[in-house]
Design a binder for this molecule. Structure first.
Ligand SMILES: [Zn+2]
Length: 307
């Protein structure tokens, strides 16, 4: 039976519930001099946000901070135990300069072996296993190091069955990521290409949709990039066009200033999508079955692997 691999162990896919597929709880940019707003280091604040999410009906989220973004699997397990929200952690790397110190002098197979071990055996000595493989690329290019990591992610997928969830920079290079992963034998339905709503270009999104890959509208609540109304309009049009089951909605909240629990009362926080965006989706014509597909069925199908 396929399972979903959480930080507290494997669960049956039907136990997942309402899920955000790309979020952050603990971690942040490791580079000295990085914007301090990008450091999430208060477990109490994370727990408070998770409790708000659970109270609104939330069941699970994928914590997309890999080792080059301050991943902390033990903290995630404590948060899951304290709040009852299922949390999935990742193996792999984000992009460009952040991954360099971890992979520059490693071969493709060494990188793949580490990913495979983190999915099948555990991360370091924690015994906590990753349920998603992350890889990514830069703006308008896939650097040689990023290509090596994408190919390693594909090998790790082939060995484990775990899904691949990517970072795109400003929504660029989605088709190139998909082509590269496909050339390494990854079926499009096992990919989630992230951050597509950073580039709300209808023809581009149709081209991505036609590949069969999942694609992330994972910036809900970030009005500096686009109003949620535009994202909702794109979602409604894609549902109409028959691509509902490839859509993955989330908020990718990674800044202290994204969370009321960090002292920003007007920030979106984890309540935003479930309490404020879902009603907008209904207003745009989506049925309850559509909303359940976006937040329950698709995550359960995408995240399940193994036999
Ligand atoms: Zn993210």
């Amino acid at each position: 039976m396929p399972v979903i691999r959480t930080v507290c162990g494997d669960i049956a896919p039907d136990r997942l519930g309402f899920t955000y597929l790309h979020e952050h709880l603990i971690g942040g940019a490791l580079k000295p001099g990085s914007d301090p707003d990008l450091t999430l280091d208060q477990p109490e604040a994370a727990a408070a946000e998770l409790r708000v999410f659970a109270a609104a009906g939330g069941g699970a989220l994928v914590e997309m901070s890999p080792v080059d973004y301050g991943r902390n699997p033990l903290a995630l397990r404590r948060l899951s135990e304290a709040t009852g929200v299922h949390i999935i952690t990742v193996t792999g790397f984000i992009k460009g300069t952040s991954m360099e110190p971890f992979v520059a002098d490693r071969s493709l197979n060494q990188i793949a072996d580490r990913m495979i071990a983190e999915v099948l055996e555990g991360i370091d000595a924690t015994g906590i296993r990753a349920g998603v493989i992350k890889a990514g690329s830069s703006k308008d290019s896939i650097t040689p190091t990023e290509e090596k990591v994408l190919r390693a992610a594909a090998r790790a997928h082939r060995e484990t069955g775990a899904p691949i969830s990517t970072h795109t920079e400003a929504g660029t290079m989605a088709l190139e990521q998909i082509a590269l992963l496909r050339s390494e034998g990854v079926p499009p339905e096992r990919m989630l290409i992230g951050h597509l709503d950073r580039r709300l270009d209808w023809e581009y999104h149709l081209a991505v949709a036609r590949t069969g890959a999942h694609f992330g509208y994972d910036q809900f609540g970030k009005t500096k990039y686009a109003p949620d109304a535009t994202r909702v309009d794109f979602v409604a049009r894609l549902v109409q066009a028959g691509f509902r089951d490839q859509l993955a909605l989330s908020g990718d909240l990674a800044r202290r200033s994204n969370f009321p629990a960090y002292g920003f009362p007007d920030a979106p926080g984890y309540a935003h999508l479930i309490q404020r965006v879902v009603p907008l989706l209904h207003q745009a014509g989506l049925s309850q079955a559509d909303v359940d597909a976006l937040f329950i069925t698709t995550p359960a199908r995408l995240l399940a692997f193994g036999d």
